[in-house]
Write a protein that binds this ligand. Structure first.
Ligand code: GLN
Length: 544
């Protein structure tokens, strides 16, 4: 049976629990253990799919089509383990299942209650699919003391009691703030947070203390004493120069050793951290640099494009280049007063990312046109690919070309398809259906055209699998018109119906993809499309 590590947070939110869980997972993996990381989200949405990226950051999509919390992206990027639907649970999903069962009469007349019904559902989620895993890390969203997280804390308390004594470990992430006026680090918030956790019946084994300044030995001892943990288990987690330094940094502070000690494991192999040494070396010692413009809608909050941001950095690592990202609000290019060329000329590559809704679409189309006409490397992702197709159609003379996502149009170059074939058979989606469940979601295959740029980029593969999250498709009826304009369809769904990739052979690097390659990029395995895009941008940087 697997061992469980429960990760909770205290004092304030945004302490980087997700990154901490991902890093601990990576460190255990570097010692040869099989790990999986799960996220418990206390909010009442069934999944984050319908939440605004401004509220909650990006929605991370798994191969099996789940719309999950962006922390699952950190987990997957740091461990390489593909996240699944069963790795993210929310209060909304728990209640939805319980209420559906109650309506079916499954509870045989019993009163349905938080304890035991909700807590049992949470425990079952934690314990599911253990396979041959050595460790399951469970991160609890929110901060100790939140009303919403109480059932999750209670479920952990019960599990700690029910499983074997050395089978669970509690890691509590806190903050040790520095008060400049007093010139001191303060341990009181940590003490209070641990007390709060203890009042819920959970005694932490390890405290991971986020701090801007090193925590002196004396303060560490004080925390240990007041919080009832060993001094060695008070681990300082100083701000890191990059997220990619975090695993090595935490290892240096003894986090993984303390975790293993907490489980009574004394014969663990030493970790092989060479992959992380290589990643940090590439990140901190670049030999070139490029500036990429991302012309999007949610540019005010970088978490909205978390995976994209990381995948661009990975593309840089593949080329030993530093990638500067300029986030540009597409709406800017819809103002008559904006000099689009002046904004875009300094860039070595232009990327139009995924998105929803009409706002900014004309600005995106204008950016595609600039990239095409000026031979600037262009990468369109999902909505970005759709906009590239609209731009081509307009250039081919279909001036009213648009997407039906933006309202009815005479020239639906992008439209909704209500029925298509997948590996599973015929799939359908309803026009105007619930926002929660009408998208093409998760991994789908695409067949690559021989001799195309993308088949070279994918190392000669003919069939690839990538993750999708969209409702609309490029309309195959326009294929001839678009190809006549020089935009070739180099990737199609296996049944030949749905355009998956477009490219321009007459351009140095112009690729649009209907899927989200950024979701599968890893620092130690940069996605080939991002590696190729940054390589092209480096070439461009030598020209301008
Ligand atoms: N809004 C577009 C669609 O639903 C694109 C979605 C996306 O970019 N993820 O098809």
């Amino acid at each position: 049976m697997a061992r469980f590590i429960f990760i909770t947070g205290g004092v304030v939110s945004s302490l980087g629990k997700g990154l901490m869980a991902a890093s601990l997972g990576a460190l255990l993996q570097a010692r040869g253990y099989k790990v999986r990381i799960r996220k418990f989200d206390p909010y009442l949405n069934v999944d984050p799919g319908t939440m605004s990226p401004y509220q909650h950051g990006e929605v991370y999509v798994t191969d099996d089509g789940a719309e999950t919390d962006l922390d699952l992206g950190h987990y997957e990027r740091f461990t390489g383990v593909s996240a699944r639907q069963s790795d993210n649970i929310t209060s909304g999903r728990v209640y939805q299942d319980i209420i559906a069962r109650e309506r079916r009469g499954d509870y045989l007349g019993a009163t349905v209650q938080v304890i035991p019904h909700v807590t049992d559902a949470i425990k079952n989620f934690a314990l599911a699919d253990q396979g041959d895993l050595d460790f399951i890390l469970c991160e609890i969203g929110g901060t100790v003391g939140d009303i919403e997280s109480l059932p999750f804390m209670e479920a952990i308390r019960q599990l700690r009691n029910e499983l074997e004594p050395l089978q669970t470990l509690s890691v509590h992430v806190t903050l040790v703030p520095y008060i400049a006026a007093a010139g001191e680090l303060k341990t009181k918030p940590t003490q209070h947070s641990v007390r709060e956790l203890a009042s819920l019946g959970i005694k932490p084994d390890i405290l991971l203390c986020r701090a801007e300044h090193p925590i002196p030995e004396g303060e560490r001892k004080k925390i240990a004493q007041f919080c009832n943990v060993r001094a060695e288990s008070v681990i300082q987690a100083l701000d890191a120069p990059s997220i990619y330094s975090v695993p090595l940094q935490y290892h240096g502070e003894g986090l993984d050793s303390e975790v293993l000690r907490g489980f009574g494991i004394t014969d663990a192999p030493e970790p092989d951290l060479s992959a992380w040494d290589d990643v940090t070396d590439r990140y901190f010692h670049p030999e070139g640099e490029v500036t990429i413009g991302v012309v999007g809608k949610y540019v005010g909050l970088q978490d909205a494009y978390k995976s994209l941001n990381e995948a661009l950095v990975h593309g840089g690592m593949a080329n030993r280049a530093k990638v500067h990202i300029k986030w540009i609000d597409a709406e800017l290019f819809e103002n008559a007063g904006t000099d689009l060329a002046a904004e875009l000329e300094p860039l070595h590559g232009i990327l139009v990312p995924g998105g929803f809704g009409e706002r900014g679409s004309e600005g995106k189309i204008a950016s595609v046109r600039f990239a095409r006409e000026r031979n600037v490397p262009f990468f369109g992702i999902c909505l970005g690919m759709q906009m590239a197709c609209v731009e081509s159609a307009r250039s081919a003379g279909h001036e009213a070309a648009s997407s039906t996502e933006f309202g009815s149009t005479q020239e639906p170059v992008v439209g909704i398809i209500t029925e298509w074939m997948s590996e599973e058979g015929i799939e359908t989606r309803e026009e105007g259906g619930d926002l929660g469940g009408t998208m093409r979601l998760g991994a789908y295959d695409a067949q690559l055209a021989e001799g195309s740029l993308v088949s070279r980029i994918y190392g000669g593969e003919t069939m690839i699998s990538e993750r999708h999250r969209h409702r609309y498709e490029v309309n195959g009826a326009y294929r001839e018109a678009l190809e006549g304009d020089g935009l070739t369809f180099s990737g199609m769904s296996p049944d030949g119906l749905l355009p998956e990739i477009v490219e321009r052979p007459d351009h140095p690097w112009f690729v649009g993809v209907q899927f989200h390659p950024e979701l599968k990029s890893k620092p130690f395995a940069p996605h080939p499309l991002f590696a190729g895009f940054i390589e092209a941008a480096l070439k461009q940087s030598r020209l301008v």
